[in-house]
Design a binder for this molecule. Structure first.
Ligand code: SAH
Ligand code: SF4
Length: 350
């Protein structure tokens, strides 16, 4: 299906990096036809121009599935009594960071539920040991903490932080995250940014009640925060949560949000998320051709991996090295290759 002249000129405007208003972003997301080729081609060109053909890898360790929050969408929620909980020790985590280093990946992402067992002191000690023993660049993804905690993580040697705003629709946010306030999430993100963390935000696409208008607002939040990394993934219903059974098999809209994010935010790092790979066998490669430039192989040990059950059916079982070898072959089929450098947001060396 071909697109109208108006749509063509809107895409051209986005491609040039001109600011888009809310209405224009909504129009981008509304473009006709599945896998709207014009939008994806434009995003892919901007990706190539701004961040090149390299794909950056981040090794992720999901070190605890305990969580004191009760997010309606997530299998780790404290109300889920069917999950078998685990916490990794500092030594276990260190052993995995050694593996990441051996794979030549320069960065580790430490992710968990919101688990106060890991106090600021415990996290800082962990950060210091990882820095000292492996020199990996450290990204944290451990939820909302105080400004003091964030400062101490930074002083201990953490460089990056991922905290998705999840949705720009405050009502949906507050419904899906009981007891949490959207403004608090935004405050945390502003603190992180002000402290100088490379800061990641992002959303879930396809949560109940979400509209294209609110997805446009998500994109405006990403732009407003000047976030450095954007995690954009489809919502996948978990059977042991209150949102069980709400199907979301629409990958197209997630890819459109990724493409629009690339056009709007230019040189950010955008992962092809595991959630997309879970939704569709080609999900990851399609995302990499719609604006994404990062992949995060999961290094969580097999004994814990399937217990980090945020949503069902997570892909990438097998050893991390097997996964990377397979990724490398996949990337080659689309003319892309792995870059084993730190992959800071490109302004730093572009
Ligand atoms: N506890 C931390 C980090 C772990 S959750 C936090 O909440 O920030 C990491 C991400 O998993 C969340 O940001 C959310 O976007 C995603 N997630 C949780 N449940 C999901 C689901 N059912 N489908 C898709 N993504 C989900
Ligand atoms: Fe906990 Fe994060 Fe899951 Fe919410 S999304 S229940 S904070 S792990």
């Amino acid at each position: 299906m071909s697109i109208s002249k108006a749509a063509e000129s809107l895409i051209a405007k986005a491609k040039e990096g001109k600011d888009l208003n809310r209405q224009e972003i909504i129009q981008l997301l509304y473009l006709p036809g599945k896998y709207s080729p014009e939008l994806f081609v434009a995003a892919d060109n901007v990706r190539k121009d701004q961040v090149g053909d390299e794909i950056f890898l981040r090794g992720i360790i999901e070190f605890s599935n305990h969580c004191q929050r009760n997010c309606l969408y997530c299998g780790l929620r404290k109300g889920n009594s069917r999950i078998s909980r685990y916490r990794m020790t500092e030594d276990e985590i260190l052993a995995i960071t050694e593996e990441i280093k051996k794979s030549s990946i320069p960065t580790v992402v430490l992710q968990s539920g919101e688990d106060s067992y890991y106090t600021a002191d415990v996290i800082c000690h962990l950060i210091e040991r990882i820095r000292k023993e492996t020199n990996l660049i450290i990204t944290l993804s451990i939820g909302e903490r105080s400004l003091t905690d964030y400062k101490s993580f930074q002083q201990a040697g953490a460089d990056r932080y991922l905290l998705k705003h999840e949705t720009a629709d405050k009502n949906i946010y507050q419904y899906m995250r009981p007891g949490c306030k959207w403004e608090d999430r935004l405050q945390c993100l502003r603190w992180l940014k002000e402290l100088g963390f490379e800061t990641g935000t992002g959303n879930m696409v396809g949560v109940p009640g979400q509209t294209l208008e609110s997805l446009a607002d998500d994109l405006l939040v990403m732009k407003y925060l000047n976030a450095d990394m954007l995690g954009i993934g489809p919502f996948i219903a978990h059977p042991d949560t209150p949102l069980a059974g709400i199907d979301n098999d629409d990958m197209d809209i997630t890819l459109r949000v990724i493409a629009a994010a690339r056009l709007i935010t230019r040189n950010t790092n955008i992962p092809a998320t595991t959630a997309l790979a879970t939704l569709h066998p080609q999900g990851r490669l399609l995302a990499l051709q719609a604006g994404a430039n990062v992949v995060m192989p999961d290094f969580t040990p097999e004994i814990y991996k399937n217990r980090y059950d945020i949503y069902p059916g997570r892909k990438d079982v097998g050893s991390a090295q097997d996964i990377i070898n397979k990724l490398e072959i996949d990337f080659r089929t689309i003319g892309r290759f792995i870059n084993y450098s730190a992959g800071y947001r490109q302004t730093k060396y572009h």
